[in-house]
Design a protein around this ligand. Structure first.
Ligand code: ATP
Ligand code: MG
Length: 204
């Protein structure tokens, strides 16, 4: 089985996340994409982060129309933050013999060297790095393969693939800000997520 993974706080999940998952799912012809909301401890300085239960619910609503998309409780179940390398290790145990593609934006990939055991992580999964406006791709960590269009052909070795074509200038931060100002964010969110946010008065 081929499985793509998209981790994030998803506070809230938006069309940029869905577009990234779609482009990678197509290029690698994956069977499933697992959206994995991260656990963020309530006492953390970055607090203000919405409960993992709400973030999970919004991810479930947004991914529901897509056959291949799943939402995973793997990280939130632990009730403590997890490192990607540990999550990948557990995915290999849970889905033996599977091939993994780990999706990140260029903003996240920029700091890849500070990730726990990033070399081991790169040996456990392919990386699909999608362009995020304002964050240039780096090619000085490991060699990268640019996927302009068409399928990505992966061999036995894991590698890093770059998708330059995505141009989604949206972030959850901007969406939260816009909602707090009473603005309209419907173009950036799937409609059940918008309704959920209103009902539960998130980010108000
Ligand atoms: P925040 O502003 O709260 O950090 P975010 O929009 O960056 O939210 P995250 O949940 O932090 O969303 O991101 C999860 C993953 O999705 C990351 O790898 C991030 O780089 C990627 N991503 C998020 N938004 C986009 C986008 N607009 N285009 C491409 N990738 C994106
Ligand atoms: Mg982010």
């Amino acid at each position: 089985m081929r499985i793509a993974i998209l981790g994030g706080t998803f506070d809230p999940i938006h069309n940029g996340h869905l577009a990234a998952a779609e482009i990678v799912a197509r290029a690698f012809d994956v069977d499933e994409v697992h959206f994995i909301p991260t656990f963020v401890p309530p006492h953390k300085p970055a607090a203000g982060i919405t409960s993992p239960f709400h973030r999970f619910a919004m991810a479930a609503l947004a991914t529901e129309p897509f056959d291949r998309f799943r939402v995973s409780t793997m990280e939130v179940d632990m009730l403590e933050p997890r490192y990607s390398v540990d999550t990948l290790e557990r995915m290999h145990q849970k889905y033996p013999g599977s091939h993994f593609v780990f999706i990140t934006g260029t903003d996240m990939y920029r700091d890849i060297e500070s990730w726990k055991e990033f070399r081991r992580l790169l040996s456990l999964t392919d990386f699909a790095v999608v362009h995020r406006p304002g964050f240039p791709m780096r090619d000085d960590v490991v060699p990268i393969q640019v996927i302009d269009e068409g399928p990505a052909t992966t061999g036995e070795e894991t590698g890093v693939y770059y998708f330059p074509r995505l141009e989604h200038r949206i972030s959850s931060t901007e969406i939260r800000l816009e909602i707090s100002r009473g603005g309209d964010t419907s173009a950036w969110l799937s409609s059940p997520v918008g309704t959920y946010i209103e009902k539960h008065k998130l980010y108000a």
